[in-house]
Design a protein around this ligand. Structure first.
Ligand code: WTA
Length: 642
């Protein structure tokens, strides 16, 4: 990854400080933990945790159940790490089986609500039953330890059930976001060399039926690894069916046994592959393991979201992204918490939908993305004002920097002017939250505050030297942590880049600065990843799709600041001879991207140009386009060809 980011120092200073109230502090899980360790301040606890990370993390790990204990807490052979070496476990045992012996058994695991108003309540015992049957049925189909299974489902209970069933067998799930189109799905199926795909006939979003089965069929043309497509009937519409390959989910699961033993796996055994955009066209298959990931999500859900026995937790993400993996599925379940799981759009049938759900279920902890907050904010205060939001006691934000204006609105209009906001910084690669407040942290709007326990973060220059307070630099993590990715599937070189760009440190790809109180202010990506509504898209992936259209000779794509989505996409295209630049072509190209990647990748603006700035080696200088577009200084142009 080329470091082209120029220092951006801080000019605008946010001076508001929100102290936590006494009742929040006194009931917080983190307070109890701090006292149990004999510390009286967060700073003391934090300093102890980073001086003794193995002690801290193994203490957390011991609260969970392992089938065989570890011999070594951490084996660090940079850039590769192993945690809880020699141990055997299975994350699903800790998410489900463990609770069958406690009162959690009869608690609600998920209140599911469909966009159409359908409802389903699953207790921990129900979920356990469903997951056992599904695991048994999948194992009869031949799915076994280490096999990769693609899960291409919308936010319905079967999405969670199938993740847990696959993991129960020691197989590896790879969840693909349900709105991705056939080519994006195909790339992921092929890269993972998947043995099965779990999909659906279709689903409802924004009131519209979204057909899925033919997308799967198209993605599987010429595929020779997938043996079965298991189809959940969500809509009941007529769909194409390939006898022998296609299997009906309901029939399959009905054939499963009531109990299917959980497969003990090595602590370092892969749990999932989750694809995320990189700077080159091919998405990166981020690999996470059972042991370390389990400890990371358990610990952060407990101390950051402060989950307690009577909480109703709602993370609005999709398990197609890492936030859903960690804070809809694994983190809450391991903690035995009750969650809400909603299928649809935030604004369907009107912009009060989220708040009506908060009121109906008495949600106490609500975790969403700045893009959703800004979007709902735009619809006006009258929507949240119509609902009783008094159950809320903690709010969360993730996916992009949250601007102070949206932060304050969130606290005022959703949090009654008193509910603390956990602005959590982390990534697909980090597995769990790394920079974040806890309920006892004084908050500054727009800052993710400080590193979590056991996490040593800093802002440095290219050579790894810490920069001064309020100076821009690169956000790095200096020590490995349990839930970090272990590799990029089938591409260790791309993994190593994370640790050798700034030698000896994990470089996340984000720019940041730290203020004089040690608070971190994240500025965004330094590379060419565009973050639309919190979803990371590679410029190259969009460009290569554009060039796939017969009219397009060359394409360059940049992200532009956008008041609601964080960034919007602008594409520059050079046309092939014989094609006319006009409205019709532009809308055709947008449609083309929609079909080839998905709706979130559609550029807001497509401009036809005669040439593109390139380096001598032929790489498009997106940085230049961006500077021009935003009216910024052009900077170093020494590598420019023309
Ligand atoms: C950005 C999502 C500022 C950041 C969990 C990171 C954030 C990328 C925050 C990871 C935050 C995430 N403040 N920026 N609180 N949280 N980001 O892999 O640029 O989908 O590198 O993981 O989102 O996106 P990913």
């Amino acid at each position: 990854m080329a470091l082209q980011f120029e220092h951006t120092d801080r000019f605008l200073k946010e001076t508001r400080l929100y102290e936590p109230d006494d009742s929040t502090v006194s009931r917080a899980n983190i307070t109890a933990y701090m006292r149990s360790k004999g510390f009286s301040t967060w700073d003391e606890l934090y300093r102890w945790s980073v001086a003794n990370p193995e002690e801290f993390w193994s203490e957390m790990a011991r609260e969970l159940e392992w089938m065989k204990p570890w011999k070594t807490v951490r084996r660090w052979e940079p850039p590769y790490v192993q945690w809880f070496v020699g141990a055997q476990c299975n994350i699903v045992h800790n998410a489900l089986d463990r609770h069958m012996r406690t009162p959690v058994r009869n608690k609600v695991a998920f209140y599911w609500e469909g966009e159409d108003g359908a409802r389903r309540t699953l207790s921990y015992a129900d979920l356990y039953q469903e997951v056992n049957r599904a695991a048994s049925a999948l194992s009869k189909l031949g799915i076994t330890k280490g096999d990769r299974v693609i899960i291409y489902l919308p936010r319905i209970p079967e999405q969670i059930i199938s993740m847990l069933a696959v993991a129960r067998l020691g197989a590896v799930h790879s969840v693909v976001y349900s709105a991705f189109s056939a080519p994006a799905l195909r790339d992921r199926i092929n890269d993972a060399q998947a043995k099965a795909v779990i999909a659906c006939d279709g689903y409802y979003y924004q009131g519209k039926l979204v057909e899925r089965k033919s997308v799967v069929d198209e993605a599987l043309r010429d595929n020779d690894t997938v043996e079965h497509v298991i189809v959940v009937r969500r809509t009941g519409t007529d769909i194409p069916w390939q006898a022998g390959r296609d299997v009906d989910w309901a029939e399959l699961v009905a054939s499963g046994a009531d109990r299917h033993p959980v497969e003990p796996v090595d602590s370092e055994h892969p749990l999932f592959i989750l694809y995320t955009s990189g700077t080159t066209g091919k998405p990166k298959g981020v690999v996470h393991t059972h042991g370390g990931y389990m400890v990371g999500v358990y610990t952060t859900a407990r101390f950051v979201f402060d989950v307690q026995p009577d909480d109703i937790f709602w993370c609005t993400a999709d398990p197609g992204w890492v936030t859903g993996h960690s804070y809809i599925v694994y983190g809450p379940l391991i903690n035995g918490v009750t969650s809400v799981f909603y299928e649809g759009a935030p604004t369907y049938p009107d912009p009060g939908r989220f708040w009506s759900i908060v009121q109906r279920y008495g949600v106490t902890i609500f975790y969403t993305a700045p893009t959703a907050i800004r979007g709902l904010m735009r619809h006006g205060d009258q929507w949240p004002a119509q609902y009783d939001l008094s159950s809320l006691r903690l709010l969360g934000s993730v996916g992009e920097p949250i601007n102070p204006e949206a932060w304050v609105w969130y606290r005022e209009k959703i949090g009654r002017g008193q509910v603390p906001i956990m602005d959590t910084w982390w990534q697909t690669e980090t597995g769990s939250i790394l920079i974040t407040p806890t309920p006892i942290t004084p908050l500054k709007p727009g800052s993710a505050t400080r590193p979590f326990l056991g996490i040593e973060a800093d802002v440095v220059d290219r050579s790894g030297q810490p920069v001064d307070a309020n100076r821009g630099g690169y956000l790095v993590i200096k020590q490995p942590w349990p839930s970090m990715m272990r590799t990029i599937f089938n591409d260790p070189k791309r993994y190593e880049v994370y640790w050798n760009t700034i030698p000896g440190m994990y470089f996340a790809g984000d720019a940041a600065h730290k203020d004089e109180d040690g608070y971190f202010w994240i500025q965004g990506r330094v590379d060419d990843v565009i973050s639309v509504s919190g979803y990371r898209l590679g410029s190259m992936e969009i460009e290569s799709a554009l060039v796939g259209h017969p009219a397009v000779a060359e394409a360059a794509v940049i992200g532009k600041p956008h008041p609601v989505k964080g960034e919007s996409i602008k594409a520059f295209v050079i046309l092939r001879k014989g094609y006319d630049a006009g409205e019709a072509l532009v809308s055709e190209l947008k449609q083309f991207i929609r079909q080839n990647i998905g709706p979130i990748a559609v550029p807001d603006d497509i401009q036809v140009v005669d040439s593109l700035p390139k380096t001598r080696s032929g790489k498009i200088m997106r940085r230049l386009l961006k500077a021009q577009e935003l009216g910024l200084p052009i900077g170093d142009v020494s590598t420019l060809e023309e």
